[in-house]
Write a protein that binds this ligand. Sequence first.
Ligand code: 5GP
Ligand code: ZN
Length: 113
Amino acid sequence: MDCIFCKIANGQVSAKKVYENKKILAFQDMNPVAPVHILFIPKEHICCINDINIGNSEIIGNIFCSIAEIARKMGLGKGYRVISNCGEDGGQTVEHLHFHLIGGKKLGWPGVD
Ligand code: 5GP
Ligand code: ZN
């Protein structure tokens, strides 16, 4: 399978890592839309939110705990946004589950028109 985020997770493709443990990885988005834009991914290939289930839900919890911790470390005390685009209509361009942590400025409400 030719998945760019699997390649980042296994070290075949480099990325600016922010956080890593056995199950998950966080790295800088290569095309940031705000001063802070970090992607959180499971190291195992999960396509999108549709493929979250009770069997992999611990990883999802792990990701959200890490998001909260990194947001604190990044000084995002005034707030931030977490987004996961799912499928074609959701605007997902990389088919490996990821959560965008976006912040560092006052955010408008996007993409609902
Ligand atoms: P999506 O559009 O699927 O919600 O988000 C995919 C995100 O991955 C985009 O924000 C894009 O900039 C980022 N991205 C795609 N390819 C790479 C890559 O090879 N390295 C990094 N660091 N980010 C990537
Ligand atoms: Zn993958």
